[in-house]
Design a protein around this ligand. Structure first.
Ligand SMILES: NC(=O)c1ccc[n+]([C@@H]2O[C@H](COP(=O)([O-])OP(=O)(O)OC[C@H]3O[C@@H](n4cnc5c(N)ncnc54)[C@H](OP(=O)(O)O)[C@@H]3O)[C@@H](O)[C@H]2O)c1
Length: 370
């Protein structure tokens, strides 16, 4: 489970560590990041532990994240070793509508900026950052395919899109011979589990590795917030951003405090930090290919990088699963065993004798191989 065990991402041949290093905290521009020396130490610590997968975006800290990521890689001459993921979508010049979005003009503009800041001539994994609700999927896929053919990009991914859009994009790629999507990047943690119903089976079925962000819910699950001690607020991102409209920062709720309390109890029983338990649980859930860990301090990263050094006993993992289990939701409730029995009759179906290729929709695959 160490960082220097590499797994292929989705159906691609790209080998990546199961923990990816998130660099959204590289830079102080947003009020909750780290300075250059701390960011460098975190990068070096991650690489020295065997990690090869860094995640950035043109949006992050107004470009500083990409700049420093490229700089740190260059300082150690690691370009060949590292897998760099970056993203386009967000607007770089509000007076220019074509300096944002997922149209061809913006993608071609954005890729040049990212290559320059990263100080490289190719991006390993290029993500559409967020669905812009306008651009036809045909235009996005043709443009991304062009970038792969031109040699500027090696693999492509989609982040934060509707499932139907990702399914259509991948089907289009298959039928038109475009570069397929190798990864889906989405939020997932003990408190944010919406992707389980639609995106995880989608990724497994269509060969897109699920790469998840905010495994600690932006810090909520790190142990700095402890309802048991009445500590419901602490210095950090969630406090700085508490008035933001972005739902990714709005994590304080009665439901979530119950999950934090159970996490604290499980962590105590196992003698591990809450952050390690939360990251371990997320990384070992069905269909999860890679987890992007984030930190603002070296000590936090050191803590989080130990998340895969132990096995979470099933009983404890189940307790965490139960406390945060989302309410049944239509139509997914119709696909669960009870309702499916009304379709298939009394005899169980879908379970094939060993040696057969597993039916991925019914038997979730072992974690780490999505
Ligand atoms: N595709 C997307 O839309 C998207 C969106 C968000 C993020 N991402 C990617 O995912 C990466 C990770 O996301 P994230 O930063 O939100 O992850 P996260 O693990 O949920 O949160 C990380 C934050 O939690 C706190 N923390 C982490 N470890 C801790 C520890 N051991 N003890 C105490 N506090 C700890 C730190 O914040 P404080 O010190 O400020 O409390 C740290 O910055 C990002 O860097 C980025 O690459 C992608």
């Amino acid at each position: 489970m160490a960082l220097d065990a590499y797994y292929t991402l989705g159906r691609s041949g790209l080998r990546v560590s199961r923990l990816s290093l998130g660099t959204m905290t590289f830079g102080t521009e947003w009020g909750w990041g780290s300075d250059e020396d701390t960011a460098r130490q975190m990068f070096n610590t991650y690489v020295d532990a065997g990690g090869n997968f860094v995640d950035t975006a043109d949006l992050y800290t107004n470009g500083t994240s990409e700049l420093w990521t490229g700089k740190f890689i260059g300082e150690r001459n690691l370009r060949d070793r590292m897998v760099i993921a970056t993203k386009f979508t967000y607007n770089a010049d509000p007076s220019n509508p074509n300096a944002g979005g997922n149209g061809r003009k913006n993608i071609m503009r954005a890729v040049e900026g990212s290559l320059k800041r990263l100080g490289t001539d190719y991006i390993d994994l290029y993500f559409l950052h967020t669905w812009d609700s306008i651009t036809p999927v045909e235009e996005v896929m043709r443009t991304l395919d062009d970038l792969v053919r031109s040699g500027k990009v090696r693999y492509i991914g989609l982040s934060d899109t509707p499932a139907w859009y990702a399914a259509r994009a991948q089907t289009l790629a298959e039928w038109r011979g475009y570069e397929p999507i190798s990864a889906l990047q989405l939020e997932y943690s003990l408190v944010e589990r919406n992707i389980e119903k639609e995106f995880v089976p989608l990724g497994v079925e269509l060969g897109m590795g699920v790469m998840v962000w905010s495994p600690l819910a932006g810090g909520l699950l790190s142990g700095k917030y402890r309802p048991s001690e009445g500590v419901l607020n602490a210095e950090g991102r969630l406090d700085v951003m508490k008035d933001s409209q972005n739902t990714a920062f709005q994590k304080f709720s009665d439901r979530n405090w119950k999950i934090v309390a159970e996490l604290e109890a499980v962590a105590k029983e196992l003698g591990r930090s809450m952050a390690q338990i939360a990251v371990n649980w997320t990384a070992t859930r069905p269909g999860v290919g890679s987890v992007i860990v984030g930190a603002t301090k070296l000590s936090q990263l050191e803590d989080n990088l130990k998340a895969l050094d132990f096995e979470l006993p099933t009983e404890l993992s189940d307790r965490l699963e139960t406390v945060g289990r989302p309410d049944p939701q239509f139509p997914y409730s119709f696909f669960e065993a009870g309702h499916q029995a009304m379709i298939h009759g009394a005899k169980p179906v879908g379970l094939k004798p060993s040696g057969y290729i597993p039916n991925v929709l019914i038997d979730a695959p072992a974690a780490g191989v999505s």
